[in-house]
Each structure stands twice: as C-alpha cells, then as structure tokens.
Design a protein. Sequence first.
Lengths: 272, 284
Amino acid sequence: MPNSSSVLTVDDIVRVRRKKQAVQFSFYLVLIGLVLWSIQATIINDTDWDRIGSLSDIGNSISHFIGIDFDLIPDLLGPTIETFMIACIGTLLGLIICIPAMWFGALNVTPYKPVTYPIARVAMTLSRSIHEIVWALIFVSAVGLGAFAGILAIAARSLGFIAKMSAEAIENIDDKPVEAIRAMGGSQLQVMLYAILPQVMPVILGIVIFEWEINIRRSSILGLVGAGGLGLVFFRQMNTFNFPGVTTVILAILGLILIGEIASHFARKAMI
Amino acid sequence: MTTPEQSQDFSAQGDNVHREWHRFKYPGSLIKYGIFLGVLLFFSYSVHYLNIPLERMLGMFGRLGDVLSNRYYPPDLEYIADIDYLGAIIETIQMAYLGALFGIIISVFLGWFSAYNVSPSRAFIYPVARLFAMSCRSVHEMIWAILFVTILGFGMLPGVLALTMFSIGFAGKLFAEEIESVDMGQVEAIRAMGGSHLQVFVFGVFPQVRVAFTGIAIYTWDVAFRAATVVGFVGAGGMGWYLKRNVQQIETERTAAILITIIALVVISEFISAWARTRVSKAK
C-alpha cells in the first residue's frame, strides 16, 4: 500500500504498535489465567495432600520400586519376544492397509478428488486421534483377547502417521518422470509403479522404520486391555504389588526399546 | 557420490560394449536379498509364534462392522451431555495444558543440556540429560500414569505428572535437535566475548530457536491432549475414567458416545494447533 504509507505519521506507528502490544499482553494474560485456573483445579482442589503425606512418605512409596526381581527374568523372555513381534507385524500390516490410504490421500494421484481424498483424510485423522488403548479395546471386542487384537490395534494406529507422511512425500515428487511415462503411453498403474514408487520408496521406508520404533513402545502397554505382550506381565506385577517386579518389567521394556532404537538407527543409515 | 550402478552405467557407455546390467552388484545383492529373506522368515515365524489366524483376517472386517453396528451403533448421546462428563472434559483439557506446560518448561533446559553443541558440560551433563530424555520418551505415558497413581494415589495430579514426563520425552528431543542445528557463528561470538554458558544460551541460542520452540510447544500440547484423554484409564483423572467404567460395564453405546467426543475434541485441538502453528511461523 504505497499511498497509505506515504501519509503514515509517527502517531500512526505508535498507535499500531500500542495496539499490537495490547493484543499480545492480553493474550499472555489469558494464558497465565488459564495456568492459574488449571493449577487451582488440579493441584489445589483435586489433590488430597493429607493423604499423600509428607515428602518422606512419597520417598517411602518410591523406595518400594527399588530393586530387581530376578525370579521374574526367565518369565519375561516370552512376552518380550511377543511384544517385539506384535510391533513388527503390526507395522507391516499398517503399511499394507495404508497403501490405499496413501494413494487416495495424495492430491496429485488420488483417483477422484471430491470423493476419495476426503475418505483418506478422514481415515488418517481417525487413526491418529484414537489412542492405541482405545483401538485395542475395539479390536479385543471384535476378535477376542490375544496378540491378534494387539496387532490390529498397532496397525490401525500406525495407518494415520504413515499415510499422512507418505502422502506428503507423494505430493512433493518430481513430476518429470510421471510426464515421461505418460508420454510413452503408460497406464495409471505403470505411472505409479515406475514413476512414483521409485521416488517415494526411500522416504516411506524411513517413515516406516520410525513408526516401527514407536510401535515397540506402544505394543508394550497393550496388555492393559488384554492384547498380549509385556504389558500383561506389567499389570500382573502391579496388581500383585510386586514392585521390584514392576521395575524389572520396565527395565525389560527399556532394553527392548533401546534395541529398537539402535536397529532403526542402523537401518536408516544403511538406506542412506 | 557414485553408486555402483552409476559407475557401471558410465563404463558401458564409454567402451560401447554390451554388458548385462544389474541394479545391484554381486556382494551387495546377496546381502540385500539375504536381509530380505531373513525379514520374511522372521515375519512368517512370528505369525506362527503368535498363533495368528490368517484365514480369519478377511472375515474380520465383516465381523468388526457387525460388532460396531450391532453393539456400538446408536451412541448414547444423552450420556455425554451429562454435566459430570462435561466437567471431566474440562479436567482433561486442564491436565493436558498443565502437563504440557510443565513438560515444555523442563524441556527447554533439558534441550539445552542435551544439545551436543552448547551443552554446559559434554562429559557429564550431556549424557545424563540425554539418558533422562530418552527414558522419559521410552516409557509409555500409561506406564507413567500407573506409576504416579501408585505413588500419589488417584486424582488429577498423577495425570499431570504423567503428561509432564510424556511431554518432556516428546519436546526434549525435538528441542535438542533444534538447538543442535543453530548457526554456531552467534554462539562463537558470545563465547569469544567471554559470555557464560547461560549467556550463550539466552543471547546466542534462544533468539534463533524461539519460533521453532513455539511451534514445537503448540504441537506438544496437541499430543499431550491426545494422551490425556486416556490416562484416566488407570485412575489419573479426566475422561479416561468414564471410558474405563463404561468399557468394563459393557455399556457399549455409552462407550461409542465417549469415543465420539474424544475424536471430536482431538480433531478440534488438531485444527487449533495447526492454525496456531501457521500463525507462529508466519509471524516469524
């Protein structure tokens, strides 16, 4: 706006700046008000400080957890392997069911934009917004207790992230190979196989490995709702008040995740 | 960078002799297919080990549809209009807000300590901070919630603490990565002037990462809200407790209604966070 800037006076600038500051100030005021309100609700009203007791009582409850239950270690091997396998198969299944979601959800390849694009987007949002515990609940009621429900829950939860990131990767591809294959008379399928897939494959693999790492973490708690794995052992120890056993299970989970992190680090390095 | 395939390609052009072209040369191809076979074997063995009924896989979708339409279908919308339940939603939002806030405040320092380039002490503080951030991230938020409920009893406070740990794990890593990618020139300048570690962080690093931190902080709040909807499952306050109660009483229609509110709230929070993040990145 060259006209308005030529008649801009110092007063105008000061006024604009004041207004901006006032907006900012009230924004921070609202934020701080929200914090105080939340603190008042959670920490002051809702917490029974008498029951929690003094710091030494808290320390006392924490000290129950110190120690390792060595008798439990042989029983942990099976569930640990199970957890790992649930994460692996769940990620694979998630990748498989996410192929149509990727295809529909990328704007440049979606077959019929007004219908298929929203379907894919809704599926992605649903998958990401529902927590893995809730997914596991739904699948446990559908297929019964056991690892199968866990695998389905992991797959359903992974779909959103993998599909969203992969669709973005597909949207950002270089168009020239697509044009080339089209110019040669290639069908839609051939365009996909020879022009799009080679470009996005490394990106998708990286995303899948990242998701696999997160899925190990997720599959370790699915036992809470009866979907198998280390979570079941964890809750059994918790319910029998065997606190050193709880610590042991957490250490096993940490070990498993560490292995997963190292593996994913090397896998990603090997791909690049 | 010349990959084996490229060098092969060039030599074939150069001496104009017909050569058979392979995408992967001999030792590489063997390793590649070996890994592929190993992964395949592992997957098939795990299907066997976990007793997965593959033949039920196809019929499963029909069954799932049946379950959803027969048992969950008319969601009990009156139940979620209940004033107690609305209170639980407010509690969930408060928990997520506080947990994310505490987590972000701690993560700013943790990110500083666990960023290799500006960490005050590479020998001692850096590994400790790294390990702390990693263990916060590795332990699932439900496990944190259970531990805090065991130590502190039921209520919102353990939920807030569990979400704090979750947010530390989430934001700490992102903050550290952000700090590690800053322009070291300004940091060097302040160091050369004799600035202390704190001054380096406040004047050299923080102005560079301020906008990115705000974006990450908003995203952390969004993710913490998602986690907050279920930490109540183990008694840590919020709407998760309603979810658990109705699931255990097999009140499937009420469960469906609760799930609908969770999805709606998460979608709304996602929109707000996306809007706020674009605002922040524009204001840069």
